[in-house]
Design a protein around this ligand. Structure first.
Ligand SMILES: C[S@@+](CC[C@H](N)C(=O)[O-])C[C@H]1O[C@@H](n2cnc3c(N)ncnc32)[C@H](O)[C@@H]1O
Length: 289
C-alpha cells in the first residue's frame, strides 16, 4: 500500500460521502444520488458493492477516477453527459453534449404516440428534432411493425441517434436525416411527433448552469418560444397521411398558443394532455379524413 493510500485509507463509503459534500457545496440538486452514480462509474463498482462492502478500501486509481468525475459534476456539467447515458422510457440512451438530455416529462409524448398508433399497423412515424432519438426509438421499440424517420439540424446529434438505433437493434426501421424541420420531406406519415426547442428569449437569459451546457439549438425557441411550432405546423398538413395524427410537446403555459397554431392550419387538436404535475404538456390530434 502506498503512503497516500495508507495515510487517508478512504473506503467506498467515505469516498461517497466526500463526493456528496463536494456536490452539496457546489449547489448540485441531488448530491446523494449523483455522488453514488459517480462513485459507481469512476470506481467501477456496483451499487451492491457499496451497500454490502462499504468499508472496502478504495485503490489510488479508483480515488483519482472518482475525483475527476466529481470535479466535472461540481463544475455543474450534467450527470448524463458525464456518464454518457440517460434512462428514458424502458430504455437507455447514449447522450452527448450535442444532444438534449431526454426528460422524464417527454415520456408522456411517447405514451400518447402509442395511444395514437394501433399495434397491428405498418405505421410510418416522423420525429422532427429527433436529438438522441429517445422519442422515435422508444415508439419503434413498442411498435414492431412501425418504421420511422428522425430529422435534426445537428449532424452530431444524428450520429448519436444512429448509434442508439444500432444499440437497440432498431436501425433497420429507423432512418435519420439532416434537415431543417420538414424541408425536403415529401412522404406522408401516420404520426408526426416533435419535442422542439421551446425556451423563450427571457427564459434563455436565466438558464441554470446545467441547462447552459445543453445545445442552444435544442432549447432556443425564439422571442416567445414558439418559433419551431410555427415552422412545424406550417408543414404538418402536407406530412400527414389520411387519418394520420400529430403530437407535440409544449412548455409550461404554451399549450393554448400551440393549439391555436394547429387550428390556424386546419387541424382540430384534442384538449391538451396534462403531465403528472398537471401542466398541459402535449398538443395532439388527428388529421381530417
Ligand atoms: C428539445 S430537443 C428534443 C430532442 C429529442 N427529441 C428529445 O425529446 O429528447 C430539440 C431538437 O430539435 C433540433 N432542432 C432545432 N432546430 C431544428 C431545425 N430547424 N430543424 C430540425 N431540427 C432542429 C435540435 O437539434 C434538438 O435535437
Amino acid at each position: 500500500m502506498s503512503d497516500r493510500e495508507s495515510a487517508s485509507a478512504p473506503t467506498l463509503v467515505s469516498l461517497w460521502t466526500g463526493v456528496r459534500k463536494r456536490l452539496e457545496a457546489a449547489g448540485v440538486d441531488t448530491p446523494v444520488l449523483d455522488a453514488r452514480l459517480l462513485l459507481e462509474a469512476g470506481a467501477g463498482v456496483a451499487r451492491l458493492d457499496i451497500v454490502t462492502d462499504p468499508r472496502r478500501p478504495a485503490t489510488l486509481e479508483q480515488i483519482d477516477a472518482v475525483d475527476a468525475l466529481a470535479a466535472r459534476r461540481a463544475a455543474r456539467e450534467p450527470l448524463a453527459y458525464i456518464l454518457g447515458r440517460k434512462a428514458f422510457w424502458k430504455l437507455e440512451f447514449k447522450v452527448s453534449p450535442a444532444t438534449l438530455i431526454p426528460r422524464p416529462e417527454t415520456e408522456l409524448l411517447v405514451e400518447l404516440a402509442l395511444e395514437l398508433l394501433e399495434p397491428a399497423r405498418n405505421a410510418r412515424v416522423l420525429d422532427l428534432g429527433v436529438g438522441a432519438g429517445a422519442i422515435l426509438l422508444s415508439v419503434l421499440s413498442e411498435r414492431p411493425l412501425a418504421r420511422g424517420v428522425g430529422v435534426d439540424k445537428s449532424a452530431a446529434a444524428l450520429e448519436v441517434a444512429r448509434a442508439n438505433a444500432a444499440a437497440l437493434n432498431l436501425s433497420e426501421r429507423a432512418e435519420f436525416r439532416f434537415g431543417d424541420w420538414a424541408e425536403g420531406i415529401d412522404a406522408r406519415f401516420d404520426l408526426v411527433l416533435s419535442n422542439p426547442p421551446y425556451v423563450s428569449e427571457p427564459e434563455m437569459a436565466v438558464l441554470g448552469p446545467e441547462l447552459l451546457r445543453e445545445p442552444r439549438l435544442a432549447l432556443d425557441g425564439g422571442a416567445d418560444g414558439l418559433d419551431a411550432y410555427r415552422a412545424i405546423f406550417r408543414a404538418i398538413p402536407r406530412l400527414l397521411a389520411a387519418g394520420g395524427s400529430f403530437a407535440v410537446e409544449v412548455g409550461r403555459g404554451q399549450a393554448g398558443d400551440v393549439v391555436r397554431l394547429a387550428e390556424a392550419v386546419g387541424l382540430a387538436p384534442a384538449p391538451p394532455r396534462p403531465d403528472l404535475a398537471g401542466i398541459p404538456r402535449v398538443v395532439f390530434g388527428r388529421a381530417h379524413t
